[in-house]
Design a protein around this ligand. Sequence first.
Ligand code: PNW
Length: 495
Amino acid sequence: MSSKISRRTFAKVASTAAFASTATTALSAVASQPGGASGASGTSAQSTGREFPKGFLWGSATASYQVEGAVNEDGRGPTIWDTFSHTPGNVVNNATGDVADDHYHRYKEDVQLMKALGVKSYRFSIAWSRVFPQGAGTPNPKGLDFYNLLVDELLANDIQPFATLYHWDLPQTLQDSGGGWESRDTSKAFGDYAGYVAEHLSDRVKHFFTINEFGAFVELGYRIGIHAPGLKLPAGRFNQTRHHAVLGHGLAVQAIRAKAKAGTKVGLAENMTICVPIIETPQHIEAATRAARELNAPYMTVIQEGKYTDAYLTATGPNAPKFTPEDLKIISSPLDFAGINIYTPTYVRANSSPLGFIVVPHPKSYPHMASSWLSIGPEALYWGPRHVAKIWNVKEIYITENGCSSSDIPAPDGTVYDTDRVMYLRNYLTQLQRATADGVPVRGYFLWSLMDNFEWADGYTNRFGLHYVDYASQKRTPKLSAAFYREVISRNAVV
Ligand code: PNW
């Protein structure tokens, strides 16, 4: 290298000019043939020892309001996200989910994207207000029809449907009548809706998730106010809202058990705080394990244990939730599996405080993906399922979401070379493989997301998809990460 060119300049010139400009290839040429790269060839990656267990279920995920569009079709009732996104100032560029990915009309094409990836399962959510436009009362058969069609299309393509019953699009009527999840009536209505859906879909849908991310929609929607319904409730009312959310989950579990066909399984999809020991020593591991119980006290812990931890009740004091022993029994109704959404780590160390742990905040220089909250910590995918298996003896675990946002600008050849997403996924999957190798019973993984979509308050600015969506034309184009994921699936190994 000429001494006049700095190392950084050299790297930049080499990567952008010399190589990228010759990359006229489509992604099919980037990825090797399925299964063709194993073995002793000097050019193939070594994947021996990085395999996932036989039968590991690879999938991808989306949610109704983020992809469907068609908000005024076939009798769908308005939701808190329609109201929130249509209120100026709430979402970046005042974007809404009115059209989103138009998945409501393009679901067949989208199932083909899944088929090309090789996923064997798809996690989608059902829009409550399509099925019960008023949240309760008279069902709307046309609303359920869409999910009947989607499920049939998935099964015809050998893809197992995993349905989430609540991914944040609460019928507006329930918000108007009693303050949404602030009211026990919403918990009750949710149970009834869940039972109705299970009754009608469980001949073909064998896995249901009750609620997606208590830890996000309750906190962001009712305490911080940056998600629908945009409230900043005082502590007492807020903690009661948390309680009604877990109660709604429990009522839904009971209703599904009562109405679904035999063999139907039910669980939840929670974005637990993932406590990672700062160093893997016995003391820090023990501290992280204690932290995992305490930092998830209002949701996962009460669901698994049927009690709020003493520390949670002490900390909330006069603002603690009001509940009966019967509530706790409902909330902790036995589950068939646990789903965990995992994006970021929370580092924990042992200390001499009464609880025996303390959270170590991320330093200012800590790296994150395009979304500023999305701190990179692959070990979260090891410690999350390990804690759940160890603390609560859960025998069947799914990673119900993992993935990342990236700037995703198409190259001149039209492809998004999202090497940063591939880096993120490869590192996280390495830690997930480590968990399975250690005997943690992780049965499947749903990558968020199948395609770019409405990213809540960020609108369409943060892209999480394996497929790039041109929102003007609705064209979907596989990114480099789609080719990577296809390779992982076909080899059932980290590649
Ligand atoms: C999850 N945070 O949301 C949701 O389940 C998806 O609907 C969403 O698109 C995806 O993750 C990516 O954001 C989260 O601020 C939103 O920590 C925010 C946070 C975590 C998860």
